[in-house]
Design a protein around this ligand. Structure first.
Ligand code: AMP
Length: 427
């Protein structure tokens, strides 16, 4: 299957080729023909599957093939609503990339920054608008934006949008859209409230589901470190200094925790930057572009800030803290191993996080391999160790860990067998 055989037109094909995409990803293969036929689409897919191009290409193609009839300023014909600024910027970049030979213009608007540059760009006229909900409504109320010419509406990451409390904003935006339009709705998960919302927005949609979330977990190599809370910084430094780590994204559950990690690394002369919602938009963008360009090798992020971060060459994800929501673990490790590449995810687990680990392993349907080299292996906690056979028929037993820093510290023989080193570069 090629993009050409999907019916993609030459100016877009040229841009896709320049990006080095040889074949469509599964979501692109399934969605592009449906969207080129003008049908509504309900897509169950997460970021990292190539879903941006799956909707951006047909939208660009439609606008290119059906130029605006009226003279004067360009009208906004496609609206993409997405939960975070980072994601909005990335989507706009994708439209610019895929549309660079079409002459079609886009702009991106989001909160947390002054509106002047955004309103100026809107005044110049764009066909495609990418927006976060709050700023969109704000600029609509001020009269800078009208949605009356929208032919395409895309609601991206709908589940995250609801999690973040955007439901009322979304309803208000939908109410302003013309009835006659093509609607696209993407969500990584489809709980009942998302299904209800999609029914309000979509007519009679075609449904496309790619890769249940679990498959991300399959292509990323995952390793686990049992470590006490107080030893986590030492373990992190050990990994960053001794292993073949390229660019690494470290997840912290809290903003405070993220800042603390930057300080710890700084003391060890490892340059890093943190992104979270207390940082200004400018600081977040700077940190992200320094990381993307390779100037900083270590980026520390909270879950919300990292949502949708798109870095092609990310070698490692480190979960300094385990997330308390198991799905978040899949989102996190999905930052590496993008678009078919392999990646490595390392997770630190302290005594308090073992319950989270249990939930995560249940969700991904696998036991995360224990890393071979862990000089700070947690000691002094009672650890539940699975035993395959027990004479009395019981499947589990509690076993006390050995002392730390011994070469075979912690873990049963069963676990030792499952151990592997991770220090090789992906791809
Ligand atoms: P997305 O799910 O839209 O965030 O895309 C994830 C990543 O896949 C981005 O870095 C894209 O540049 C990349 N990508 C999208 N489509 C393709 C393709 N057909 N071949 C290779 N990479 C792709």
């Amino acid at each position: 299957m090629t993009f050409k055989s999907l019916g993609v037109i030459d100016p877009i094909l040229k841009a896709i080729e320049a990006e080095g995409y040889s074949h469509p990803t599964p979501i692109q293969e399934q969605s592009i023909p449906i969207l080129l036929q003008g049908k509504d689409l309900l897509g169950c897919a997460q970021t990292g599957t190539g879903k941006t191009a799956a909707f951006a290409i047909p939208i660009l193609q439609h606008i290119y093939n059906n130029p605006q009839q009226s003279k004067g300023r360009r009208k906004i014909r496609a609206l993409i609503v997405t939960p975070t600024r980072e994601l909005a910027i990335q989507i706009a970049d994708s439209f610019t990339t895929y549309g660079k030979y079409t002459g079609i213009r886009n702009t991106v608007i989001f909160g947390g920054v002054k509106q002047l540059a955004q309103t100026q760009s809107l005044r110049q006229g764009v066909e495609i608008l990418i927006a976060t909900p709050g700023r969109l409504l704000d600029l609509m109320e001020q009269g800078f934006i009208t949605l009356s010419d929208i032919e395409f509406s895309v609601l991206d990451e709908a589940d995250r949008m609801l999690d973040m409390g955007f439901i009322h904003d979304i309803r208000k935006i939908i109410a302003k859209l013309p009835v006659k339009r093509q609607s696209l709705f993407f969500s990584a998960t489809m709980p009942p409230d998302i299904v209800r919302l999609s029914q309000k927005i979509l007519g009679n949609p075609e449904k496309v589901t790619v890769k249940p979330e679990q498959t991300t977990a399959e292509k990323v190599e995952q390793f686990l470190y049992y470590v006490s809370k107080k030893d986590k910084p030492k373990l992190l430094l050990h990994i960053l200094k001794t292993d073949d780590v390229g660019s690494v994204l470290i997840f912290s559950r809290t903003k405070h925790g993220a800042n603390k990690i930057v300080k710890i690394l700084d003391k060890a002369s490892i340059v890093s930057e943190a992104i979270h919602s207390n940082k200004s938009q400018g600081a977040r963008q700077r940190a992200l572009s320094n990381f993307k360009s390779g100037q900083t090798k270590v980026l520390i992020a909270t879950d919300i800030a990292a949502r949708g971060i798109d870095i092609d060459d990310l070698s490692h994800v480190i979960n300094f803290d385990l997330p308390n929501i198991p799905e978040t673990y899949i989102h996190r490790i999905g930052r590496t191993g993008r678009a078919g590449a392999s990646g490595i995810a390392l997770s630190f687990c302290d005594a308090e996080e073992r319950a989270y680990l249990k939930d995560i392993q249940k969700l991904i349907g696998q036991t995360i391999t224990i890393a071979e080299e862990n000089p700070f292996e947690d000691d002094g906690t009672q650890v539940e160790v699975k035993k395959s056979v027990k004479p009395n028929g019981s499947k589990k037993q509690f076993q006390r860990r050995r002392s730390p820093n011994s070469s075979n510290a912690g873990g049963s023989e069963n676990q030792q067998k499952g151990r592997r080193t991770f220090s090789r570069r992906p791809r």
